[in-house]
Design a protein around this ligand. Structure first.
Ligand code: GTP
Ligand code: MG
Length: 305
């Protein structure tokens, strides 16, 4: 369906860890492009995913949650999120409405002061919030920033998502599509594999472990692609004891992570997958620029000592 004026532009999800930014992205584009977990700091890089509407195209940008960074990895993560604020046409600030606003939220709202882009406030997880609590929250949120709209949604149930998309489209400038009609995401297949393995690690491990692990794809063998994809990955941990946890008693944990990741990847690539996982200890990978470069976490413009 054609309409008179076509729109195209970037809309980014910004907010604290665990607010539901990646879940929102997946719900809106209708595909699992970003991994999701109940642990904070799940997303480590920005991820683009496009959706086409009769009125035009929105390129959504998922970003890492904004937090106080303690490692170089986290500095890169937070910088990636903050940098998008200056580059996009509209910002969707995502707030977990089932929590009380705190210091971290003040910090994130403070970042919005100097940006030109209009900001839509997304009050997410309303499926967890009694109706009576929502109105006072909206009133309070009006004092955080001069939002162009405040939209309560549930990324989980889909409630309010249509209205959110309308509001974002309304802020997107006129222009021709930025990506071809069939473009879904800029996430390379290799990082999709690594992220799928990391999602299962996050799901099955606790405490410090999720933050201390990284996954690389050492070999992506697609020689026999129509029949089978052969994938060889390494899981990095920081301590010998963490290696034990990831492997589990009799290798049970690693097997479970491998099975679940393989099933997801077989569904995604629509082919049989052979997945080999090994675990390596690298004490300082989170502060090691070379490892971070290998992992593909982009360097950002901030200068570090
Ligand atoms: N009940 C409920 N849970 C939600 C909703 N949206 C997200 N979640 C859950 O919240 C948790 C965090 O979701 P993510 O999408 O990973 O959050 P994020 O903002 O991307 O987190 P980071 O990548 O760490 O910044 C997951 O357990 C989701 O299932 C929602 O609308 N309702
Ligand atoms: Mg995320």
């Amino acid at each position: 369906m054609e309409t008179d004026t076509r729109r195209a532009g970037y809309a980014s999800f910004i907010g604290r860890p665990n607010a539901g930014k990646s879940t929102l992205l997946n719900t809106i584009v209708g595909a699992k492009v970003a991994i999701v977990s109940d642990k904070p700091q799940t997303t480590r890089q920005r991820i683009l995913a496009a959706k086409n509407y009769p009125e035009g195209q929105i390129v959504f940008v998922d970003t890492p949650g904004i937090h106080r960074p303690l490692h170089r990895l986290n500095v890169r993560m937070v910088d990636a999120a903050v940098e998008t604020l200056r580059e996009v046409d509209v910002v969707a600030l995502v707030f977990d409405a089932s929590t009380r606003p705190g210091r971290g939220d003040e910090y994130v709202s403070g970042l919005l002061k100097d940006i030109r882009a209009p900001v839509v406030l997304v009050l997410n997880k309303i499926d967890l919030v009694p109706k009576a609590r929502l109105l006072p929250l909206i009133e309070r949120a009006r004092t955080w920033h001069d939002f162009v709209a405040i939209v309560p949604v549930s990324a989980l149930t889909g409630d309010g998502i249509d209205r959110l998309e309308r509001e974002l489209l309304g802020q997107i400038p006129e222009g021709e599509a930025l990506y071809p009609e069939d473009f879904l995401t800029d996430q390379p297949e290799r990082s999709l594999v690594a992220e799928t393995v990391r999602e299962k690690l996050l799901r099955h491990t606790r405490a410090e472990l999720p933050f201390s692990t990284a996954v690389t794809v050492d070999t992506f063998d697609e020689e026999d692609r129509g029949r089978i994809l052969r994938l060889y990955c390494t899981i990095y941990v920081e301590q010998e004891s963490q290696k034990g946890i990831v492997i589990g008693r009799g290798g049970e944990m690693l097997k479970r992570i491998g099975t679940e990741a393989r099933q997801d990847l077989e569904a995604f690539f629509e082919t049989k997958v052979f997945l080999d996982l090994r675990v390596k200890v690298n004490a300082d990978w989170r502060d090691n620029d070379r490892v971070l470069d290998d992992l593909g976490v982009p360097r950002t413009s901030r200068r570090r000592k």
